[in-house]
Design a protein around this ligand. Structure first.
Ligand code: URP
Ligand code: ZN
Ligand code: ZN
Ligand code: ZN
Length: 534
């Protein structure tokens, strides 16, 4: 009513005045020293006035708050950096269909879950990188939050090599993904992988790999079909952890041979993580990215007789056969590499808390139930992928911070800062510093969340985290200075998101040239000795 409007205006003016007084007099008051909720209301008031698109230079941030100086945010202080999801697939044409979340719905879901930027994978069009790039810019026209692009490399020739250079030097792409799986579509062989690694290195672009042995997966699929296992349980059986471990090890060794940094996407198994740990111990620059689904889900339900019982009960209300219903549920969880047996997720969590793995993504690649059901009679036709873009921040908080495995400081690093550093957009992103984009969330550690397809913002009619509850709730999301999520309401505008160009030669490339020089001189020494004696 009129009174509440009056109150709101009054309060806002009061807050703005308080802020302006602080700014004008350079006060070392509350705002300058900490980010408690009440102080932040002032910032929100400024944001509402539409004047703060980035952190104002006048804002003095307590030094201990800065990531570069240790970032000693304590639990209970609930102002957190907006999340950056390094791995998503919005509006991707894949396995005969298109992922159900486009750049608007997927980003709206992200914002509702406290993520304020994501990096999606451009898929080339008939092998053409520039055509792929243009296509994705078109897909992203209705964006409502900031985004960047990685790019997949699916074939190799002079044109691809030239185009990689254009993408890096002119289009703001600084990372390329190579698929060692998906034989017959996206998969590439070792020769191409080596060419790609060399090119990446020369451009200062980060090489990323989907690490599963695609030839062996193909063999595994044949084996399952021959055994008569055509249902969705065949998916995981056909591509066990050993195939992920093998491809991870191979990619790491080849990247080491070329001496270029490597980023392993969606690390799903202990097998893969062990390879990353070994390489890092030996000094190799390898980044490991687990995803929300791999961290918190496992496949135990699928082999559990209770699961069948539960399904039977649900079936009473549906006119489906038990097998069909069971298969249908299992289809929903199909992604590659597969969600593993109990134990892998816990190990990946430990990997994150001890620094073996460096950041958390989602691989958000959502389909609805009718799309998932394409492959109910042949697991090879189930579109691969699960959701996570909206759930990641909550799941990581609940699983890692609430359980005491990591500090709030670690949380900010794993969900935002490290991604910004790796992809060379820090401190515009990944920091609350003067000049940084105002991508900020209020996460209330005393509130709780519950995940359901009935309340999520993805377009999918299912959610692999259905029914999960936990502590910590993103109550406000500020994206580029605008309050876009508050009181359970999204206020997003199509077209308001910006493409974030990512420059090459991020921190992972520091010193690579010196190591190469060392290597060359180690080669020349014996050559010289040999020449001297002949
Ligand atoms: O199953 C998955 N992961 N789908 C998305 C494509 C990919 O491999 O990242
Ligand atoms: Zn305070
Ligand atoms: Zn992948
Ligand atoms: Zn992916």
């Amino acid at each position: 009513g009129e009174a509440s409007l009056h109150n709101w205006v009054y309060n806002s003016i009061e807050l703005v005045v308080a802020w302006l007084v602080e700014v004008a007099f350079g006060s070392d008051g509350e705002i300058a020293n900490s980010f408690h909720r009440n102080d932040f209301k002032q910032m929100i008031a400024i944001v509402r006035s539409g004047t703060m698109l980035s952190i104002p230079p006048s804002l003095k941030v307590e030094p201990t708050f800065l990531p570069s100086k240790g970032f000693s945010l304590q639990q209970g202080e609930d102002i957190i950096l907006g999340g950056i999801d390094p791995h998503t697939h919005l509006a991707m044409e894949f396995m005969g269909t298109v992922t159900i979340d486009d750049f608007f719905s997927g980003q709206a879901a992200a914002l509702a879950g406290g993520t304020t930027m994501h990096i999606d994978f451009v898929i080339p069009v008939n092998g053409s990188l520039s055509a792929g790039f243009e296509t994705y810019l078109g897909k992203a026209k209705r964006s409502c939050m900031d985004y960047g692009f990685h790019m997949a490399i699916t074939k190799w020739d002079e044109t691809v090599s030239k185009e990689m250079e254009i993408m890096v030097k002119e289009k703001g792409i600084n990372s390329f993904k190579f698929f060692l799986a998906y034989k017959g579509s996206l998969m590439i062989n070792d020769e191409l992988l080596l060419e790609g690694f060399k090119k990446c290195k020369s451009l200062g672009a980060l090489a990323m790999v989907h690490a599963e042995n695609g030839d062996a997966v193909f063999e595994g699929q044949k084996r399952m079909i021959e055994l008569g296992i055509t249902g969705p349980e065949g998916h995981a059986l056909s591509r066990p952890p050993v195939l992920e471990g093998e491809a991870t090890a191979r990619a790491i060794r080849l990247a080491g041979f070329v001496n270029t940094p490597l980023y392993i996407v969606h690390v799903m198994s202990i097998d893969a993580m062990e390879e990353i740990a070994e390489a890092r111990k030996s000094g190799q620059r390898v980044i490991g990215e687990p995803v929300a689904s791999g961290l918190v889900l496992d496949d135990s339900g699928l082999w559990d007789p209770d699961f069948t019982t539960a399904a039977k009960q649900e079936l009473a209300s549906l006119s489906l056969s038990l097998n069909y219903f069971l298969f249908f549920i299992i289809c929903l969880f199909v992604m590659s590499p597969p969600i593993r047996a109990p134990g892998h997720g816990k190990a990946l969590q430990a990997g994150l808390s001890t620094g073996i793995l460096q950041l958390v993504g989602t691989d958000h690649c959502a389909f609805n139930s009718t799309q998932k059901a394409f492959g109910i009679d042949d697991f090879r036709k189930i579109p691969n992928g699960v959701n996570g873009i909206e759930e990641r921040m909550h799941l990581v908080w609940d699983t890692m911070v609430e359980s005491g495995q990591i500090s709030v400081t670690d949380y900010v690093r794993l969900t935002s800062t490290e991604c910004a550093r790796i992809f060379n957009i820090y401190p515009r992103k990944g920091a609350i510093l003067p000049g940084s984009d105002a991508d900020i969330i209020i996460l209330n550690p005393n509130s709780s969340f519950e995940i359901s397809a009935t309340s999520h913002h993805s377009r999918s009619d299912t959610n692999v985290f259905e029914g999960r509850r936990g502590k910590g709730k993103v109550e406000v999301t500020i994206s580029g200075g605008r309050v876009v999520w508050e009181n359970g309401q999204l206020k997003v505008a199509p077209g308001s998101g910006n493409y974030v160009e990512m420059p090459p030669f991020g921190y992972l490339f520091g010193g690579i040239d010196k190591a190469d020089a060392e290597y060359l001189s180690s080669l020349r020494a014996p050559v010289k000795r040999f020449k001297a004696t002949t």
